[in-house]
Structures are given as C-alpha cells and as structure tokens.
Design a protein around this ligand. Structure first.
Ligand code: WT7
Length: 652
C-alpha cells in the first residue's frame, strides 16, 4: 500500500451528521440503539440472528439450530425449510402490498411497464410451471443471460421457486465467457432474449448464446424473450419463445419448501487466477442478510421508490434489486439502458418522471456524470430523492461532495457500502439515521460483522495504519463455497493466516481512522477494479496469450479519473510478429471476444521483454509504476535483467 494514499485520505475530516428530520423518521435513529444492537449482534450472534430470522423470514418449517461453524464451512438455520420466492412474493399477497408496484421498468427506448406484486407472482408461477414441464427442478442449474428487463427478475424468482440454481451472466460477456460459465456449472437451461437496447443499438444476445451453446453439451433448452424484434435463429427442438411457452401456463403454483442451506445461485466473479470463481450462495442466510441490510441501510419505507442502477448480472443486482428489496415489499425501479441515452441526463429525467426516492449507484457513474457537466443535472428537480448510496469501489471525496451537493442537494444522507460478491450483503456502511458520514469512508460494520485491519500475522494494526481487511466471524449471507472447487474456496478465503482457519480474508487493503471508521485502499491480490467491476489480471493475460501473435502478457491497473482504474497491458510478441496499431486493435477485439467488452484493455504496450524476478515471476509492481508514467522506485535488486525496465521506460 502506497503511503501516499494513506496520508492523502487521512486529510479528509469533514463529518456530515444525519439531520434531525431524517433521524426522526429513520428505521434506526438513535446511536445508543445502534450500539446496543451491534454489540448484541457480535457478542451473541446466535441470539441476534435467531430473532432476526424469526422476524424477517417466512418459514415453512422452523429451524433447530442457528449456526454450525466448522471453519471454513458455515451452515445457518439448520433443519429449517422455506421458499425464497414465497418470501419475496406470496408473503405480500392478501396484504396492502398486493396491488403495490413491485417493479417499475423503463426500457432504453422509453417504454414503461409497471408490475404489481400480484402480477409478478403470476409471472413467476407461470414460469415455475414451464420449468417443471421441462424437467427443470431442485438443484438444476439455469443460466440467465438477459438485459435489465422484468423477465430477468421473473426468471431468477422462478428458479428460486422450483429450487433450481440460477447463474446470471452479465449481458456484456462474450460467447466464450458464457460457454465457460455454462460448462463449469453444467446448466441445462438457458434463458436469453433476442437482444437488449444499449445506446440506441441492439446487443445481439441470442446470437452470443447460439455461439456459446455450440459447445455446451448439457444445455437442452433455450428460452428466448422477444425484446428488440431483431432476427434470430431458432433451433427446432432446443429453442422456444418465452411467450409461446407462456400461453396456457397456470398462474398459480404451490411452491415447495427447501432447506435453509439449499443452493440459491452461483455467481461468477474474477479471482487472481485465470478461471472465474463460481461463488455459491444458499437460501435462508443469504436472504436474511440481503433483507435486513436493505431495511437498515436504505432505511426502506413503504412509500419508497428505489432505483439501483446495477445490472442484474452483478451481485448488487441480486441482493439490492431482487432479493433484499422484494422480500421487504418495496417498489423497485429498473432501467434497461445506458445513462447517457439519449442525453446524459437520463437518470435525472427518470428520477423526476417516476418520483424515485433512493438512488444506489457506483462511483464510476458519478464521475461520468460530473464530467458530463452540472447542466444536465440542474434541469431537473430531483426533489423526490431522500437517500443516496454508493458501491463498487472507494468513492473519492470529490465525487462524494458532488453527489452530496448536486444530486442530494445537501439533504440526502449518502451510504457508502462496502461488500463483495462473496459476502452476499453489505458489510460496512453508514446507517443513514445514525452515522455521521465522512467522504470516502464506508464508516462502520453492519450488524453481525466483525471487521478488522490486521498485519500478516493477523494481529490488529494500530489506528491509521494500513493492513489487510478481514472478517473474524461467520455471517449468514457469506458464500458457502466455490462451485465444484471447495479446495480453492478454502485456499482463497480462509488460508491467509496459518493457525487461523476461521478468519475470512477479503483481498482488500484498509485502514481504520481514529474514530474506528474503515477506509478501503484497494485490492491486495492481482485483481483490478475497473468501473466498479472486478477483473482478474490473470484472466486478461490468458486471453491475450491465446492469440497466436502473443508470447507473454502482463496486465496492470493504472489510476484513472473516470474508471477508478484503467487497464494497461504489456505484451511481448512471438518471433516474427510485428508490432503495429492494427495488431493492437486485433488484440483488443480478441479480449472482447474471449471475455467481453468490459475487459478490453485501455492501453496496449508492446515490449521486448517483461521485468521478472530470478525465479521468473513477472514483477507487476514495476509495470504498474511504468504504466502510471512514473519512475521505477523501490527495490529492483530481485530483477533478473534491469535493461528490460530501461527499455520499457525509454519507449514511453
Ligand atoms: C470489491 C468487491 C459489492 C458489489 C459490487 C462489487 C470493492 C466494493 C466498495 C466500497 C471501497 C469497494 C472492494 C471489494 N468495493 N464496494 N464501497 N468502497 N471498495 O462487487 O465485484 O465482488 O467486488 O469491490 O475492493 O473487495 P465485487
């Protein structure tokens, strides 16, 4: 961790206290109550979670035991049975929420659909019947590759209803990436659409699926939603239109109850080796974490209209579009397209048009809005907003202040929420009616979270000192394993500190300030955060070396005003290959094809050699410094050949 980051952030001392008005209406408005609850949640976790599970979840069969912790394996609410879709839908039927909007959808072309809880229940029941008729049931894997449209939510909940395990694949991923994910989890059903709208153009989703399923022997059926009306190939016997399967399916469905630990979904995320990790979440604990954190962190009220700009393909879309919000009976607004289509004020327009009250978005988006200019914001009232959230990467204080003044009009608390695909729900965040916020800090841990900043021996470091961020105790929404690779699960998350098999290592570096507030300073492992999305350097590198011209590749991050980090790759070519701008373009396209456009490098640099240690390990630290345009500082004595570095710098 660079000292500079640590000293520069520690200059931030502004504190923003919740207003008396906000406090008075908050789900939790007293610091004393927060402290009492937090203390109980970490000192008597089983008592705390027992009460929450009874209060917040609808059980078909009561559990017998709250927690079984056999590090690194946790089981929560043992012996209990429930249905996650029933917890998101059926529980609201017959109440004042029955005809409340569950989803308000706006497509990029401007089409709007409102779906009530009762209607959403109909849709999910129908699809559950369709699944059962296809022989898709408990434990089967279903891949969902859809745009941000209501059918994505319906598909997820229908999986939950029949006990199938969904794996949602972000629409920006390529055919190769879809194929790898489907093959890893052996999905038998794929749900996609003809296309999705993005910046006025159709993204051809079905065409990508066609390419992917040429090499996925387990896929029997592909259900296709008609969204854009673009021409698609439908293969007899494999592909069916959603609408055709739909007609005639009954709109009620008796949901089966599943075990608390029944798998709910697999979500692939980047790690420090080339192969994406299939993070596995299960039912009761995950749902409880998502529900409880939504209630407290977003201070949800019956009248809220909540907008999370994350795609359903990321964990944020799982926990804070679908499961956490619908289980609370909230109205969720979803938007299909780009934030600058047709103009950079699309979000602000939609907030005014639909009277949205909560906005949860990412720092990279906030920085893009800042760059597009205040005028796009100032044409709109934004007076329906009452709370703002940030997620995905550290928010720089400048962006925080802009969000606070320009969007929140100094009236809305900001919750900067730190968490991960693996944690399932928010782990560190202000509670908006309680916590005084400081720009750039996620402040304090949520209930049940014992977060610490430690050194290599797992000893807590003094305040204002950087270290590794760890979680000391299990929590209900934690991942249970990596799909098909329990050994990697243990190695990746629970093996950082010898002799401490129960300590979860986040992969993040952090420090705590004098008030105990947490500041995330970035990843420690070889994982980058580009526009709030995790990208493993090894994944990019293996994509590059699969190109016939490339001998070796190293990917590093470079600080970027807009994206947080931009992706810079160093490439050495095979004998006889010639470096050219054309080849650069080819390589970018190649990475796009292998992984998806989100992983395309911003900068490609050809090099005669890469700096390596004597044992042959690429020294990324040096490449990072070169990429940032700076001098190579620090120890270079382990370098095998310094002339490589000199050549790279000369070329700059
Ligand atoms: C990594 C997790 C959790 C949903 C989005 C990303 C970084 C996330 C924050 C924040 C500082 C953050 C961390 C974390 N991160 N939120 N509020 N402040 N850093 O999920 O892809 O699993 O990535 O994103 O580095 O480890 P993910």
């Amino acid at each position: 961790m660079a000292d500079q980051t640590i000293t520069s952030v520690s200059r931030e001392h502004r504190k923003f206290r919740p207003s008396a008005e906000f406090k008075a209406q908050a789900n939790l408005g007293s610091d004393a109550a927060y402290k009492r609850l937090y203390a109980e949640s970490v000192n008597s976790p089983e008592k705390f979670w027992d009460r929450q599970a009874k209060e917040h979840l609808v059980w078909r069969k009561p559990y017998k035991k709250v927690l079984d912790w056999n590090p690194p394996h946790a089981k929560w609410f043992l012996g209990g049975k429930l249905n996650v879709s029933e917890n998101c839908l059926d529980r609201h039927l017959g109440t004042h929420r029955e005809n409340k909007a569950a989803l308000i959808f706006e497509g990029e072309p401007g089409d709007v659909r409102t779906i009530t809880y009762k209607q959403l229940h109909f849709h999910v029941c129908r699809l559950a019947h369709i699944f059962e008729n296809m022989g898709v049931g408990a434990g089967d894997r279903v891949a969902i590759y859809l745009p941000m449209i209501p059918e994505a939510v319906i598909a997820m909940l229908a999986c939950a209803r029949v006990g199938a395990i969904h794996t949602v694949i972000f629409g920006g991923f390529s055919a190769e990436a879809i194929k790898d994910r489907i093959n890893d989890c052996k999905a038998k059903l794929v749900i996609t659409a003809d296309g999705g709208w993005r910046r006025g153009k159709v993204i051809e989703l079905k065409a990508n699926v066609d390419k992917a399923v040429e090499n996925t022997p387990t896929v029997q059926t592909v259900i296709v939603v008609k969204r854009c009306g673009n021409t698609v190939n439908m293969r007899e016997g494999r592909d069916v239109w959603w609408k055709e399967a739909w007609d005639g399916a009954p709109n009620s469905h008796k949901a089966k109850a599943f075990d608390s630990e029944h798998p709910l979904f697999i979500l692939y995320t980047s790690g420090s080796t080339g192969k994406p990790k299939g993070v596995l979440h299960t039912s009761a604990g995950y749902l409880l974490g998502a529900k409880l954190s939504s209630h407290y962190v977003f201070d949800l009220k019956e009248t809220d209209r909540y907008f999370c700009s994350a795609d359903i393909g990321w964990i944020t879309g799982h926990s804070y579009v679908v499961y956490g919000l619908l289980s609370n009976g909230s109205t969720v607004f979803i938007y299909e397209g780009a934030p600058n289509q047709p103009e950079p004020d699309r979000f602000w327009q939609m907030i005014d048009r639909h009277g949205l009250t909560i906005l949860y978005t990412a720092p990279t988006a906030i920085r893009a809005f800042m760059r597009w200019g205040d005028n796009y914001v100032l044409r709109h009232r934004l007076d329906s907003l009452r709370l703002l959230g940030s997620v995905g990467e550290p928010i720089n204080p400048e962006a925080w202040m802009w969000y606070h003044t320009m969007i929140g009009k100094k009236r809305c608390p900001i919750v900067d929420t730190w968490w991960q695909t693996e944690t399932g729900s928010i782990m560190i965040s202000p509670l908006p009616g309680v916590t005084a916020t400081t720009p750039g800090s996620g402040t304090r841990p949520f209930f049940g979270v014992v977060a610490k900043v430690v050194d290599d021996k797992c000893n807590e470091v003094p305040r204002n000192t950087g270290g590794k961020l760890v979680i000391m105790q299990p929590w209900p929404s934690m991942l249970r394993t990596l799909w098909g690779d329990d050994e990697r699960y243990q190695r990746q998350y629970f093996s950082e500190f010898p002799g401490k098999p129960g300590v979860y290592f986040t992969g993040d570096g952090a420090r705590q300030d004098k008030d105990g507030y947490f500041w995330i300073v970035g990843r420690i492992d070889d994982v980058l955060n580009v526009s709030g999305h995790r990208i493993g350097t090894a994944e990019i590198e293996s994509a590059l070396v699969s190109h016939p011209a490339v001998a070796e590749a190293a990917a590093v991050g470079r600080p970027d005003e807009l994206k947080g980090q931009s992706l810079c790759v160093f490439v050495t070519l095979k004998q006889g290959q010639v470096a050219s701008d054309e080849l650069k373009e080819q390589l970018r396209a190649h990475v796009g094809k292998e992984i998806g456009s989100l992983a395309k490098p911003d900068t490609i640099r050809f090099a005669a050699g890469l700096p390596k240690t004597r044992s042959g390990k690429i020294m990324r630290r040096i490449l990072k410094e070169i990429a940032a345009g700076g001098e190579v500082k620090g120890d270079t004595t382990t370098l095998e050949d310094f002339s490589v570095v000199a050549a790279l710098q000369a070329e700059d």
